[in-house]
Design a protein around this ligand. Structure first.
Ligand code: APR
Length: 237
């Protein structure tokens, strides 16, 4: 089936780890997921950073390496092709920190949970994140900011505020169609976005192999793998 997009439609796409699953990157909450092998409180909280920055860098260096080795899959390319068709009427908001959307050609994109390919000062010194793809085998390899703070992964830890929330709220309020791909609906505020879109009267469609926790909020749930569904959904099959 094909998603009908009218000339007046503005499309807001939210992606999660599931869109990168067919690129070989693990999701979080599957049996063999990232949180099955690591404890959030050890690697993805401000307290973990303060207590053991070496362990945090070990985890994110492993994830950086995995993302660098992965390739975009047909789902990423389908969204990039949809952007070529819709232009500024499309925005992709990803929870993912890999750069597979960018490498597939998406430019109208924002990373609400940060980016693996960037690091930033651990202090609120005001300096912006820097491009950084290095893998740190030990803490003494990790550079410092000019202010003296140590560089940390540019990742939104649990308990921290997601990025670009004002822009997300504006874009959701203007959206007439919201497509959600490959996210379990376990984490907020992202799991609320579908409710915000419905309040604005948008159509809400979910794509993934299993219904998300917030399935009741979707006007349509299309069960399947993103790499197989999206090209046909956008009429690119
Ligand atoms: N195509 C589409 N969806 C898929 C595929 C696939 N090939 N394979 C798995 N999925 C779905 C799963 O069914 C699941 O619903 O992807 C979803 C992944 O869910 P999670 O592992 O919970 O990942 P996500 O929802 O992105 O997590 C949100 O939680 O841990 C934090 O910050 C982290 O951004 C992450 C956030």
């Amino acid at each position: 089936m094909q998603l009908s997009i009218a000339p007046h439609d503005r499309v807001f796409v939210l992606t999660g780890a599931g869109i990168s699953a067919e690129s070989g990157l693990p999701t979080f909450r599957a049996e063999d997921g990232l949180w099955a092998g690591h404890r959030v409180e050890d690697v993805c909280t401000p307290e973990a950073w303060d207590r053991n920055p070496a362990q945090v860098w070990e985890f994110y260096s492993m994830r950086r390496q995995a993302a660098q080795r992965a390739q975009p899959n047909p789902a990423h390319f389908a969204l990039a092709a949809l952007e070529a068709r819709l232009g500024e009427r499309l925005l992709v908001c990803t929870q993912n920190v890999d750069d597979l959307h960018e490498r597939a050609g998406s430019t109208r994109l924002l990373h609400m949970h940060g980016e693996l390919a960037k690091s930033r000062c651990e202090r609120e010194c005001g300096r912006p994140p820097v491009e950084d793809r290095r893998l740190y085998a030990s803490l003494d390899q990790v550079p410092f900011c000019v202010c003296g703070g140590r560089l940390r992964p540019h990742i939104v830890f649990f308990g921290e505020t997601p990025l670009e929330m004002e822009r997300i709220q504006r874009e959701l309020a203007a959206a007439t169609c919201m497509l959600v791909v490959g996210t379990s609906g376990s984490v907020y505020p992202a799991a609320n976005f579908v409710h915000w879109a419905r309040r604005s009267g948008a159509r809400t469609i979910y794509v993934g192999p299993e219904a998300p926790l917030n399935a009741e909020a979707f006007s349509q749930v299309i069960e399947g793998r993103a790499g197989e569904i999206l090209p046909d959904l956008f009429g690119q099959g």
